[in-house]
Ligand binder design. Sequence first.
Ligand code: NAG
Ligand code: NAG
Ligand code: NAG
Ligand code: NAG
Ligand code: NAG
Ligand code: NAG
Length: 491
Amino acid sequence: MKLVEFFIIVQLFLVLCCKSNSKNILGLFPLKLKSHNLMFDSIMKELARRGHNVTVVTGFPKSVPIPNFTDIDVSDCDRTPVNLFDMDKAYRSHDPFFQLYIFMELAKNDEAILRCPTLSKLFHSKDSYDLVITEIFNSDVMLGFVKQFGAPYISFCASPIFPWAADRMGNPDNPAYITYQHSSVILDLKGSTFYQRLFNTVIYIFAKIKYYLVNLESERMKRKFFNFTSPSLDEISRNTSLILSFSHFSTNERQPLVPNVIQVAGLQIVKTSPLPKDIEKFINESEHGVIYFNMGSLLKSETMPEAKRNAFLNVFSKVPQRVLWKWGNDTLPGKTDNIFISKWFPQRDILAHPNIKLFISHGGALGVNEAVYEGVPILGIPIFADQTLNLKTIQSYGAAEVLEYSDINEKTVLSKIELFLKSNEYSKNMKKLSEIYRDRPISAMDTAIYWIEYVIRYKGAPHLRSAAFENVNKIYMRKIKTEKDRFQEEK
Ligand SMILES: *[C@@H]1O[C@H](CO)[C@@H](O)[C@H](O)[C@H]1NC(C)=O
Ligand SMILES: *[C@@H]1O[C@H](CO)[C@@H](O)[C@H](O)[C@H]1NC(C)=O
Ligand SMILES: *[C@@H]1O[C@H](CO)[C@@H](O)[C@H](O)[C@H]1NC(C)=O
Ligand SMILES: *[C@@H]1O[C@H](CO)[C@@H](O)[C@H](O)[C@H]1NC(C)=O
Ligand SMILES: *[C@@H]1O[C@H](CO)[C@@H](O)[C@H](O)[C@H]1NC(C)=O
Ligand SMILES: *[C@@H]1O[C@H](CO)[C@@H](O)[C@H](O)[C@H]1NC(C)=O
């Protein structure tokens, strides 16, 4: 065989093999929450990198296009009506009952998104998709597209699964030992009080009712925009093939999971990149290590009231450590020389530097996972959502401390920070947790991609469904019966 022929055959083989493996995948992630988007984005980009044709409805379009990846930009249509950015205002929603209001308000945004001109192409699209991926969070209205395209679908949950996700998956959800993650009353992992369990049960039921109420509104929008009544969003949701949940048994509460709920926390963690020179020099030259202070992408750190800000400034002026502080303004009044401010930090790479001694964090899932991965202990100041639960779980390993936002003053901040600076225990415990967290048969990203492709391979993989639903054997038996009847008729 001539070399040319050989190459033609190889080429042909590649075309045939890889074409058949490339699937059309639609991601529906219109909500403009940056931290959630970081999770979806890393998965969707990886799917494109592995040769799939990816289309994503997003509030965060790419500035530089990437191959096999199409953005449907809905950022201009976002009308998110709630203020989750101002520290004091956001802190109000640490009350789980207040969150009903937030969810309701967020769901109102769906109407603006559905009206978005960029979406009209998708509404009238004759494209076909092999898989749809949505977020399971505050509303199911995007499931209208699932019906439209008749494709199996996977939901991504940016936290451990919500009570309403447990319902649709037939997953056990006993509130005696599973905390509602947006609650500030946390079930103590080592045995909780009657009051805690009672409160958690009430809030758990309340959360399900809350979702039901929000979904009545979503159902109305679905009928208006997708122009069909049956099936309802609720019925469609019960067809979820798989949930990818940003959780892990080491960093979240342990809970029983059905086979089609897969834990993928940490999938955003990639290899480190070199730090910007000025930041690297600042960290390198710190004699006593560095405190890294970042309250996340959503909260505006500069809105912290002056008294609280000064509490931190005074403490930082007294400790020998250097401080990296994510601060949204160009200037920080009262800043001392040991403080480096910036509006953005390459968090993953900073946490990987051996001189980082302490991470002061709001306890968002991404930051907590990155700190655990690198073994950096956390002083957590939870503001809302799952942050309290994330932090208390790490605290139960002796690797974190929690400071209530309302308790911030110079005395409390100093005493908490000194705990970490005077004792090596937090660091040791976090290193041990890090080892447990990293010890997995395959990486979080490979796990996610494997299961996504699995669902495509088995056309929705109904055999993963919990026995709480119609047993899959019954579905197959019914098919066999229909075949038999047809066979009889033909005879
Ligand atoms: C990729 O997806 C887009 C829709 O976003 C579609 O127009 C295009 O035909 C797809 N390409 C292939 C090769 O299927
Ligand atoms: C993916 O991108 C490459 C390079 O742009 C292109 O050759 C290939 O046809 C694309 N595949 C799909 C399925 O669109
Ligand atoms: C909605 O669907 C009905 C029945 O299928 C059809 O008669 C009607 O024209 C549709 N309306 C719009 C706005 O598409
Ligand atoms: C659920 O999925 C099955 C199999 O793909 C399909 O036949 C059925 O119509 C779907 N039900 C709903 C309510 O979407
Ligand atoms: C920081 O320290 C590392 C390890 O000693 C070194 O490789 C790197 O060049 C230093 N960077 C700067 C900016 O000084
Ligand atoms: C931050 O900047 C804004 C706008 O320039 C200003 O109104 C605000 O007072 C500043 N806050 C602090 C704490 O410096």
